[in-house]
Design a protein around this ligand. Structure first.
Ligand code: SAM
Ligand code: SF4
Length: 326
Protein backbone atom coordinates (compact mmCIF):
# COMPACT_ATOMS: atom_id res chain seq x y z
CA UNK A 1 0.00 0.00 0.00
CA UNK A 2 1.57 3.38 -0.94
CA UNK A 3 2.27 5.63 2.03
CA UNK A 4 2.99 9.34 1.88
CA UNK A 5 5.54 11.18 3.99
CA UNK A 6 2.89 11.62 6.73
CA UNK A 7 2.16 7.84 6.82
CA UNK A 8 -1.27 8.24 5.22
CA UNK A 9 -2.37 5.22 3.12
CA UNK A 10 -2.95 6.51 -0.38
CA UNK A 11 -5.13 3.99 -2.18
CA UNK A 12 -7.73 6.07 -4.01
CA UNK A 13 -7.12 7.35 -7.56
CA UNK A 14 -9.43 9.85 -9.22
CA UNK A 15 -8.92 9.92 -12.98
CA UNK A 16 -10.07 12.86 -15.06
CA UNK A 17 -10.89 11.56 -18.55
CA UNK A 18 -11.29 14.96 -20.17
CA UNK A 19 -11.33 18.61 -19.19
CA UNK A 20 -14.20 19.24 -21.63
CA UNK A 21 -17.84 19.41 -20.61
CA UNK A 22 -21.29 19.65 -22.13
CA UNK A 23 -22.36 22.15 -19.43
CA UNK A 24 -20.73 25.32 -18.08
CA UNK A 25 -21.78 25.46 -14.42
CA UNK A 26 -21.26 29.05 -13.29
CA UNK A 27 -19.28 28.07 -10.18
CA UNK A 28 -17.04 25.64 -12.08
CA UNK A 29 -15.90 27.31 -15.29
CA UNK A 30 -16.26 30.43 -17.41
CA UNK A 31 -18.72 30.31 -20.30
CA UNK A 32 -16.01 30.59 -22.95
CA UNK A 33 -13.65 27.98 -21.63
CA UNK A 34 -10.87 26.71 -23.92
CA UNK A 35 -10.40 22.94 -23.68
CA UNK A 36 -7.23 20.96 -24.30
CA UNK A 37 -6.49 19.52 -27.75
CA UNK A 38 -7.10 15.74 -28.02
CA UNK A 39 -3.37 15.10 -28.52
CA UNK A 40 -2.71 16.55 -25.06
CA UNK A 41 -4.98 14.03 -23.34
CA UNK A 42 -3.83 10.58 -22.28
CA UNK A 43 -4.98 7.96 -24.79
CA UNK A 44 -7.08 4.96 -23.75
CA UNK A 45 -3.99 2.75 -24.13
CA UNK A 46 -1.99 5.03 -21.81
CA UNK A 47 -4.82 4.98 -19.29
CA UNK A 48 -5.11 1.18 -19.41
CA UNK A 49 -1.41 0.95 -18.63
CA UNK A 50 -1.49 3.44 -15.76
CA UNK A 51 -4.58 1.83 -14.20
CA UNK A 52 -2.79 -1.53 -14.19
CA UNK A 53 0.26 0.04 -12.54
CA UNK A 54 -1.74 1.89 -9.88
CA UNK A 55 -3.60 -1.33 -9.03
CA UNK A 56 -0.27 -3.16 -8.76
CA UNK A 57 0.96 -0.45 -6.39
CA UNK A 58 -2.01 -1.17 -4.08
CA UNK A 59 -4.71 1.27 -5.16
CA UNK A 60 -8.15 -0.04 -4.13
CA UNK A 61 -10.56 2.60 -5.38
CA UNK A 62 -10.75 4.25 -8.78
CA UNK A 63 -13.14 7.04 -9.71
CA UNK A 64 -13.58 8.42 -13.22
CA UNK A 65 -14.39 12.10 -13.40
CA UNK A 66 -13.66 15.19 -15.48
CA UNK A 67 -14.67 17.62 -16.99
CA UNK A 68 -17.51 15.38 -18.03
CA UNK A 69 -16.28 11.77 -18.16
CA UNK A 70 -19.26 10.49 -20.15
CA UNK A 71 -17.98 12.50 -23.14
CA UNK A 72 -15.06 10.09 -23.40
CA UNK A 73 -15.89 7.41 -26.00
CA UNK A 74 -13.80 4.73 -24.23
CA UNK A 75 -15.44 5.17 -20.80
CA UNK A 76 -17.14 1.75 -20.66
CA UNK A 77 -13.95 -0.07 -21.67
CA UNK A 78 -11.92 1.91 -19.12
CA UNK A 79 -14.39 0.99 -16.37
CA UNK A 80 -14.23 -2.67 -17.41
CA UNK A 81 -10.43 -2.61 -17.34
CA UNK A 82 -10.33 -0.94 -13.90
CA UNK A 83 -12.93 -3.33 -12.43
CA UNK A 84 -10.89 -6.35 -13.59
CA UNK A 85 -7.69 -5.32 -11.83
CA UNK A 86 -6.83 -7.59 -8.90
CA UNK A 87 -7.13 -5.62 -5.65
CA UNK A 88 -9.42 -2.91 -7.03
CA UNK A 89 -12.54 -3.08 -4.87
CA UNK A 90 -14.52 -0.11 -6.12
CA UNK A 91 -14.84 1.65 -9.47
CA UNK A 92 -17.05 4.71 -9.48
CA UNK A 93 -18.04 7.68 -11.60
CA UNK A 94 -18.79 11.35 -10.97
CA UNK A 95 -20.96 12.87 -13.67
CA UNK A 96 -23.48 15.58 -14.42
CA UNK A 97 -25.83 12.74 -15.37
CA UNK A 98 -26.89 14.00 -18.80
CA UNK A 99 -25.77 10.84 -20.62
CA UNK A 100 -26.68 8.25 -18.00
CA UNK A 101 -29.95 7.38 -19.65
CA UNK A 102 -27.85 5.66 -22.34
CA UNK A 103 -24.82 4.69 -20.30
CA UNK A 104 -26.02 3.44 -16.90
CA UNK A 105 -26.72 -0.14 -18.06
CA UNK A 106 -23.48 -0.67 -20.04
CA UNK A 107 -21.49 0.86 -17.17
CA UNK A 108 -23.14 -1.46 -14.64
CA UNK A 109 -22.42 -4.44 -16.92
CA UNK A 110 -18.78 -3.33 -17.16
CA UNK A 111 -18.40 -3.52 -13.37
CA UNK A 112 -19.07 0.03 -12.17
CA UNK A 113 -19.98 0.03 -8.46
CA UNK A 114 -21.47 3.47 -7.88
CA UNK A 115 -22.30 6.82 -9.42
CA UNK A 116 -22.22 10.33 -7.96
CA UNK A 117 -24.55 12.59 -9.89
CA UNK A 118 -24.22 16.34 -9.52
CA UNK A 119 -27.59 17.99 -9.07
CA UNK A 120 -27.68 21.51 -7.65
CA UNK A 121 -31.42 22.11 -7.91
CA UNK A 122 -34.62 20.36 -8.98
CA UNK A 123 -36.02 23.56 -10.48
CA UNK A 124 -35.74 23.67 -14.31
CA UNK A 125 -35.17 27.44 -14.57
CA UNK A 126 -32.64 27.52 -11.75
CA UNK A 127 -30.86 24.50 -13.27
CA UNK A 128 -30.53 26.38 -16.56
CA UNK A 129 -29.24 29.44 -14.72
CA UNK A 130 -26.59 27.41 -12.88
CA UNK A 131 -25.46 25.26 -15.82
CA UNK A 132 -26.00 28.00 -18.47
CA UNK A 133 -28.10 25.72 -20.73
CA UNK A 134 -28.78 22.33 -19.14
CA UNK A 135 -32.16 20.61 -18.86
CA UNK A 136 -32.78 19.11 -15.42
CA UNK A 137 -35.12 16.53 -16.93
CA UNK A 138 -32.11 14.84 -18.60
CA UNK A 139 -30.43 14.45 -15.21
CA UNK A 140 -33.57 13.07 -13.58
CA UNK A 141 -33.89 10.50 -16.40
CA UNK A 142 -30.24 9.62 -15.86
CA UNK A 143 -30.87 9.10 -12.14
CA UNK A 144 -33.77 6.76 -12.91
CA UNK A 145 -31.52 4.80 -15.27
CA UNK A 146 -28.86 4.48 -12.55
CA UNK A 147 -31.39 3.08 -10.10
CA UNK A 148 -32.87 0.75 -12.74
CA UNK A 149 -29.37 -0.59 -13.45
CA UNK A 150 -28.92 -1.38 -9.74
CA UNK A 151 -25.98 1.01 -9.26
CA UNK A 152 -25.39 2.77 -5.93
CA UNK A 153 -26.20 6.47 -6.23
CA UNK A 154 -25.23 9.65 -4.39
CA UNK A 155 -26.41 13.12 -5.27
CA UNK A 156 -23.96 16.01 -4.88
CA UNK A 157 -25.01 19.65 -4.73
CA UNK A 158 -22.91 22.80 -4.50
CA UNK A 159 -24.88 25.55 -2.74
CA UNK A 160 -24.19 28.97 -4.22
CA UNK A 161 -25.06 32.03 -2.14
CA UNK A 162 -28.18 33.79 -3.35
CA UNK A 163 -28.84 31.22 -6.10
CA UNK A 164 -29.70 27.70 -4.85
CA UNK A 165 -28.90 27.92 -1.13
CA UNK A 166 -32.43 28.15 0.27
CA UNK A 167 -35.54 26.63 -1.38
CA UNK A 168 -33.49 24.51 -3.79
CA UNK A 169 -31.26 23.12 -1.05
CA UNK A 170 -34.30 22.40 1.13
CA UNK A 171 -36.03 20.58 -1.77
CA UNK A 172 -32.92 18.45 -2.35
CA UNK A 173 -32.65 17.64 1.37
CA UNK A 174 -36.34 16.73 1.39
CA UNK A 175 -35.63 13.97 -1.18
CA UNK A 176 -34.04 11.97 1.64
CA UNK A 177 -37.36 11.79 3.50
CA UNK A 178 -38.94 9.33 1.08
CA UNK A 179 -35.97 7.87 -0.78
CA UNK A 180 -33.09 5.86 0.58
CA UNK A 181 -30.67 8.28 -1.08
CA UNK A 182 -27.66 10.26 0.04
CA UNK A 183 -27.73 13.96 -0.76
CA UNK A 184 -24.43 15.69 -0.05
CA UNK A 185 -23.75 19.41 0.02
CA UNK A 186 -20.24 20.52 -0.98
CA UNK A 187 -18.73 23.87 -0.04
CA UNK A 188 -17.57 25.69 -3.15
CA UNK A 189 -13.77 25.90 -3.37
CA UNK A 190 -11.72 28.64 -5.04
CA UNK A 191 -9.57 27.94 -8.12
CA UNK A 192 -7.48 30.09 -10.41
CA UNK A 193 -9.94 30.83 -13.18
CA UNK A 194 -13.00 31.57 -11.04
CA UNK A 195 -11.75 32.33 -7.53
CA UNK A 196 -13.50 35.71 -7.20
CA UNK A 197 -16.94 34.24 -7.86
CA UNK A 198 -16.26 31.18 -5.74
CA UNK A 199 -15.05 32.98 -2.60
CA UNK A 200 -17.87 35.50 -2.93
CA UNK A 201 -20.59 32.84 -3.13
CA UNK A 202 -19.56 30.22 -0.60
CA UNK A 203 -22.26 28.93 1.78
CA UNK A 204 -20.61 27.51 4.89
CA UNK A 205 -21.75 24.18 6.31
CA UNK A 206 -22.90 25.68 9.64
CA UNK A 207 -25.09 28.20 7.86
CA UNK A 208 -26.66 25.65 5.52
CA UNK A 209 -27.25 23.15 8.30
CA UNK A 210 -29.06 25.76 10.37
CA UNK A 211 -31.21 26.65 7.38
CA UNK A 212 -32.11 23.02 6.64
CA UNK A 213 -32.90 22.33 10.30
CA UNK A 214 -35.15 25.39 10.54
CA UNK A 215 -37.13 24.11 7.55
CA UNK A 216 -37.08 20.34 8.04
CA UNK A 217 -36.26 19.55 11.68
CA UNK A 218 -33.15 18.53 13.62
CA UNK A 219 -30.36 16.70 11.81
CA UNK A 220 -29.30 13.65 13.79
CA UNK A 221 -25.55 12.85 13.36
CA UNK A 222 -24.73 9.42 11.92
CA UNK A 223 -21.55 7.33 12.46
CA UNK A 224 -21.09 9.05 15.86
CA UNK A 225 -20.25 12.27 14.03
CA UNK A 226 -17.20 10.69 12.33
CA UNK A 227 -16.47 11.28 8.65
CA UNK A 228 -17.84 8.86 6.07
CA UNK A 229 -15.17 9.33 3.38
CA UNK A 230 -15.01 13.10 3.23
CA UNK A 231 -18.61 13.72 4.34
CA UNK A 232 -20.18 14.30 7.76
CA UNK A 233 -23.52 12.46 7.61
CA UNK A 234 -26.90 13.27 9.22
CA UNK A 235 -30.49 12.09 9.07
CA UNK A 236 -33.70 14.11 9.20
CA UNK A 237 -36.38 12.86 11.61
CA UNK A 238 -38.03 9.76 10.09
CA UNK A 239 -36.02 10.01 6.85
CA UNK A 240 -35.06 6.95 4.77
CA UNK A 241 -31.97 8.55 3.26
CA UNK A 242 -29.13 10.66 4.65
CA UNK A 243 -27.72 14.15 4.21
CA UNK A 244 -23.98 14.79 4.04
CA UNK A 245 -21.81 17.87 4.26
CA UNK A 246 -18.44 17.99 2.54
CA UNK A 247 -16.76 21.08 3.86
CA UNK A 248 -13.20 21.36 2.60
CA UNK A 249 -13.07 25.11 3.27
CA UNK A 250 -14.41 25.35 6.83
CA UNK A 251 -13.65 21.79 8.07
CA UNK A 252 -10.67 20.44 6.11
CA UNK A 253 -10.33 16.65 6.16
CA UNK A 254 -6.69 16.59 5.02
CA UNK A 255 -5.57 14.33 7.92
CA UNK A 256 -7.75 11.54 6.49
CA UNK A 257 -6.91 12.18 2.84
CA UNK A 258 -6.23 8.95 0.94
CA UNK A 259 -6.34 10.18 -2.66
CA UNK A 260 -4.37 11.48 -5.59
CA UNK A 261 -5.67 12.66 -8.95
CA UNK A 262 -4.60 11.90 -12.50
CA UNK A 263 -5.45 14.83 -14.78
CA UNK A 264 -6.63 14.25 -18.33
CA UNK A 265 -3.29 15.52 -19.62
CA UNK A 266 -1.38 13.00 -17.54
CA UNK A 267 -0.23 14.91 -14.44
CA UNK A 268 -0.42 13.23 -11.05
CA UNK A 269 -1.96 15.93 -8.87
CA UNK A 270 -1.13 15.24 -5.25
CA UNK A 271 -3.69 17.52 -3.58
CA UNK A 272 -6.77 19.04 -5.18
CA UNK A 273 -5.96 22.45 -3.76
CA UNK A 274 -2.17 22.55 -4.23
CA UNK A 275 -0.35 22.96 -7.54
CA UNK A 276 2.31 20.27 -6.96
CA UNK A 277 2.06 17.67 -9.79
CA UNK A 278 4.19 14.92 -11.36
CA UNK A 279 4.30 14.53 -15.16
CA UNK A 280 3.43 10.93 -16.06
CA UNK A 281 2.60 11.72 -19.70
CA UNK A 282 6.15 12.76 -20.43
CA UNK A 283 7.42 9.49 -18.94
CA UNK A 284 4.83 7.43 -20.84
CA UNK A 285 5.63 9.10 -24.16
CA UNK A 286 9.37 9.05 -23.49
CA UNK A 287 9.40 5.23 -23.36
CA UNK A 288 9.63 4.72 -19.57
CA UNK A 289 9.47 1.11 -18.38
CA UNK A 290 6.77 -0.05 -15.95
CA UNK A 291 9.39 -0.08 -13.20
CA UNK A 292 10.39 3.53 -13.96
CA UNK A 293 6.75 4.61 -13.93
CA UNK A 294 6.05 2.84 -10.63
CA UNK A 295 9.11 4.48 -9.07
CA UNK A 296 8.01 7.93 -10.28
CA UNK A 297 4.47 7.40 -8.98
CA UNK A 298 5.74 6.17 -5.60
CA UNK A 299 8.10 9.16 -5.27
CA UNK A 300 5.34 11.63 -6.13
CA UNK A 301 2.95 10.05 -3.63
CA UNK A 302 5.61 10.18 -0.96
CA UNK A 303 5.89 13.97 -1.28
CA UNK A 304 2.08 14.57 -1.22
CA UNK A 305 1.56 17.82 0.70
CA UNK A 306 -0.11 17.68 4.11
CA UNK A 307 -3.09 19.68 2.94
CA UNK A 308 -4.45 22.87 1.55
CA UNK A 309 -3.73 26.32 2.83
CA UNK A 310 -6.89 28.23 1.96
CA UNK A 311 -6.89 29.75 5.45
CA UNK A 312 -3.73 31.63 4.42
CA UNK A 313 -5.27 32.64 1.09
CA UNK A 314 -3.16 30.14 -0.87
CA UNK A 315 -5.47 29.48 -3.84
CA UNK A 316 -4.45 26.97 -6.53
CA UNK A 317 -3.30 28.93 -9.56
CA UNK A 318 -2.50 26.41 -12.28
CA UNK A 319 -5.89 24.84 -13.07
CA UNK A 320 -9.61 25.12 -12.46
CA UNK A 321 -11.70 22.32 -10.91
CA UNK A 322 -12.81 20.93 -14.29
CA UNK A 323 -9.16 20.67 -15.41
CA UNK A 324 -8.16 18.70 -12.31
CA UNK A 325 -11.05 16.29 -11.85
CA UNK A 326 -13.26 17.14 -8.90
N1 SAM B 1 -18.85 16.99 -14.69
C1 SAM B 1 -18.95 16.08 -13.61
C2 SAM B 1 -19.92 16.57 -12.57
O1 SAM B 1 -20.34 17.71 -12.63
O2 SAM B 1 -20.23 15.78 -11.68
C3 SAM B 1 -17.62 15.72 -12.97
C4 SAM B 1 -16.64 16.82 -12.77
S1 SAM B 1 -17.15 18.10 -11.63
C5 SAM B 1 -15.72 19.12 -11.63
C6 SAM B 1 -17.11 17.21 -10.10
C7 SAM B 1 -17.83 17.86 -8.94
O3 SAM B 1 -17.17 19.07 -8.63
C8 SAM B 1 -19.27 18.24 -9.21
O4 SAM B 1 -20.08 17.71 -8.16
C9 SAM B 1 -19.29 19.74 -9.18
O5 SAM B 1 -20.50 20.24 -8.70
C10 SAM B 1 -18.14 20.01 -8.25
N2 SAM B 1 -17.52 21.32 -8.38
C11 SAM B 1 -17.20 22.01 -9.49
N3 SAM B 1 -16.57 23.16 -9.20
C12 SAM B 1 -16.48 23.20 -7.85
C13 SAM B 1 -15.91 24.11 -6.92
N4 SAM B 1 -15.31 25.21 -7.31
N5 SAM B 1 -15.99 23.81 -5.60
C14 SAM B 1 -16.61 22.67 -5.17
N6 SAM B 1 -17.14 21.77 -6.00
C15 SAM B 1 -17.09 22.03 -7.32
FE1 SF4 C 1 -19.16 20.47 -16.25
FE2 SF4 C 1 -19.21 19.19 -13.93
FE3 SF4 C 1 -18.00 21.60 -14.16
FE4 SF4 C 1 -20.63 21.47 -14.32
S1 SF4 C 1 -19.40 20.92 -12.53
S2 SF4 C 1 -19.27 22.61 -15.73
S3 SF4 C 1 -20.96 19.54 -15.30
S4 SF4 C 1 -17.36 19.75 -15.12
Amino acid sequence: MPLDQYQRDIDYLRISLTDACNLRCVYCMPEHMAFRRPAELLTDAELFRLITLFARLGFRKIRFTGGEPTLRPGLVQLVRHAARQPGVRQVSLTTNGLMLDQLARPLADAGLSSVNVSLDTLDPARFRELTRWGNVRDVLEGINAVEAAGLRLKLNAVPIRGVNDTDDAIALARLTLEHDRQVRFIEVMPFANNAGFQTGHIVRETELRARLEAALGPLEPLHAGKLDGEARMFRLPGARGAIGFISPVTSPFCAACNRVRLTADGRLRLCLLRDDEGDLRELLRGGATDQELETAIGAAIHRKPWGHNLASDLIPASRGMSEIGG
